[in-house]
Design a protein around this ligand. Structure first.
Ligand code: SF4
Length: 168
């Protein structure tokens, strides 16, 4: 099977699984952050793609090797570092051109590349790259801004709180 078709199939399966996971979370927990802003094309998120693995993939050597081999062969990701604490693998991507800051495989990029930074929106404090044109927006941002507006906080303090609580 050509690599392109294989990648498309995996991407579709991942998108389906991710969509189902998010829908389930919405039913059982408070809503995650919304996504505001837009991609400015800085390519910061392409510099070092990082994937958080499941416990089995991290611990079982055969699964780990298969996972890393898949990333290398299919996505062009070469392992750079592995973080024990978060079970995250960080890679260097063969498709990213550091000079032009463009992807030579943009049309068939993996789902994780298409999804940045949406995957972070379920975290308590989404930590996006400072250069990123997107920003998380708290689900109750408007009500919280109104409540803060009724306080006697200084404009500087208000602005700081709005930034830290993702209210803008
Ligand atoms: S870091 Fe954000 S703005 Fe930059 S390319 Fe990625 S998604 Fe776009």
């Amino acid at each position: 099977m050509p690599l392109r078709i294989l990648k498309a199939l995996v991407r579709a399966a991942w998108a389906l699984e991710y969509g189902l996971r998010r829908a389930t979370r919405r039913l059982t927990r408070r809503p995650a952050y919304a996504l505001a802003g837009a991609c400015g094309g800085c390519a910061r998120c392409c510099e070092q793609p990082t994937i958080q693995s499941g416990a089995m993939t991290w611990r079982v050597p055969l699964l780990r090797r298969a996972f890393l081999a898949w990333q290398r062969r299919v996505n062009g990701f070469t392992l750079v570092e592995a973080d024990e604490e978060t079970r995250a693998f960080a890679f260097r991507c063969a498709h990213f051109d550091w000079k032009t800051r463009r992807c030579d495989s943009y049309a068939s990029r993996p789902f994780m590349c298409r999804d940045y930074p949406r995957a972070l929106l379920d975290q308590p404090w989404p930590d996006l790259f400072p250069e990123c044109g997107f920003r998380p927006l708290a689900p109750n941002a408007e009500a919280m801004r109104a409540a803060l507006g009724r306080t006697t906080l200084s404009p500087e303090k208000l602005a700081e709180l709005e930034r830290k609580l993702f209210l803008r």
